[in-house]
Design a protein around this ligand. Structure first.
Ligand code: PLP
Length: 399
């Protein structure tokens, strides 16, 4: 399948690719050219329809847009809603859980994105016990170790599908199966997987899935998605809530919240309409290319790069088995070398990557990347190392 994938067929749909070697898709995916038109249409609707726009798509956008991104994860219709970001969604979920009983354990790993930890650490005040399972050898948490930590006292398992730091991919199916066995909930953060690694929420039987659109989905900022298993949705009662979650928001009822029966019950206040609309441009193109095709091609490219970097004398800390990684490959530097200076030196040559402490240089091709671009990156790395020209960029700003 990957042999037939042709990156050049997609490149003119992403303006930045005309003059940039764009390998930073784990951070900010390239903008689809269709965003210009989508946001122009949004402005036009605001300008010409005024307040009528709310009933002509704006108010329902969190569910409508959720239905588009939901197709990428095989979610049933009306089981995904849109929010601003993962931090808000994890907070909303946490607000609906009761930590006062014996089942009050939160199990996660030190591979989570820090914001997720901050939310659950904050639940200690409400009685939560936190069990943070440590990773081994700078890679991932062995699945067995994580499964052992999930027991009858576990209430919730909020974990990353693919780790942001080193791209280690957890065995989501095994984790969901174990959690089901003991009656715990799984919240899978698919920020670093959706759009490059296949995710099927129904096959996994996962309880909740959240993530954002900034990275592999090429959807830009401000468009977080939250899937809740439909049979769980109807009974879940978030404490952090707002009028968009009300059964009849425009009745402006006073007093206690009366939650909507449908997916709206997970909402909050007025939606960030332009962000949600812009994000659909990314979802549509991902659906058109197909995640299975993207995944095959990604493995082909990252395997080629892994071998190419090893052959050039670099260490590659990412797991050597592509089944255990997402779409990113990490390249280690020596103690003396400065990762941010390398990144800045590469940016000067219009090669975009980034660097994270304890991980190395993160390199992420996508379906629009040509294999030659990875050779260009690899050769530039050799030159920077050999000539030490990265030294000229020490102290440059980070992103
Ligand atoms: C796995 C993962 N979760 C969450 C986030 C960000 O969270 P938020 O949407 O709250 O900014 C990132 C961003 O890099 C991430 O990689």
């Amino acid at each position: 399948m990957s042999a037939q994938h042709e990156p050049d067929a997609w490149r003119d749909k992403f303006p930045i690719l005309a003059d940039t070697t764009y390998l930073v898709n784990h951070s900010l995916g390239a903008m689809p050219v269709t965003v210009y038109e989508k946001l122009h249409d949004y402005a036009e609707q605001w300008a010409t329809r005024g307040v009528r726009a709310w009933s002509e798509g704006w108010w329902s956008s969190p569910v409508d847009v959720g239905n588009v991104v939901g197709r990428i994860m095989n979610a049933p219709k009306d089981s995904v809603v849109m929010h601003q970001n993962v931090s808000v969604m994890e907070s909303i979920i946490a607000s609906g859980l009761d930590f006062s009983g014996r089942r009050n354990k939160v199990v996660y790993t030190d591979q989570n994105f820090p914001t997720v930890m901050y939310v659950w650490e904050g639940c200690r005040k409400r009685g939560a016990r936190i069990d943070c399972v440590a990773s081994e050898g700078g890679r991932g948490v062995p699945t067995e170790k994580l499964l052992e930590a999930i027991d009858e006292e576990t209430l919730v398992v909020p974990i990353s599908h693919v780790c942001f730091r080193n791209s280690f991919k957890q065995d989501a199916a095994a984790i969901c199966a174990r959690a089901r066995e003991v009656g715990a909930l799984v919240i899978l953060d698919t920020y670093q997987s959706l759009g490059t690694v296949p995710v099927d929420v129904q096959a996994l039987g996962v309880d909740m899935v959240c993530g954002g659109s900034v990275k592999w989905l090429c959807g830009g900022p401000g468009a977080g998605y939250l899937y809740v298993r439909p049979d769980l949705l109807s009974t879940f009662e978030p404490g952090i809530t707002g009028w968009a979650a009300h059964a009849d928001p425009f009745a402006f009822e006073l007093g206690e919240q009366r939650l909507a029966k449908g997916p709206e019950r997970m909402l909050h206040g007025s939606p960030a309409v332009p962000s949600l609309l812009a994000a659909t441009c990314g979802y549509e193109i991902i659906l058109e290319v197909g995640v299975d095709v993207i995944r095959d091609y990604s493995i082909q490219l990252t395997e080629g790069l892994r071998k190419g970097m090893l052959g050039r004398g670099f260490e590659v800390p990412s797991d050597p088995d592509p089944d255990h990684r997402g779409g990113t490959l990490t390249i280690a530097l020596t103690e003396e070398e400065d990762g941010n200076a390398f990144v800045a030196a590469l940016a000067e040559r219009s090669i975009m990557v980034d660097h994270r402490p304890d991980a190395g240089i993160r390199v992420s091709p996508h379906f629009y990347t040509r294999a030659e671009e990875l050779d260009e990156f690899a050769d530039a790395m050799v030159e920077l190392r050999e000539k030490k020209s990265w030294l000229d960029f020490v102290g440059s700003s980070r992103y």
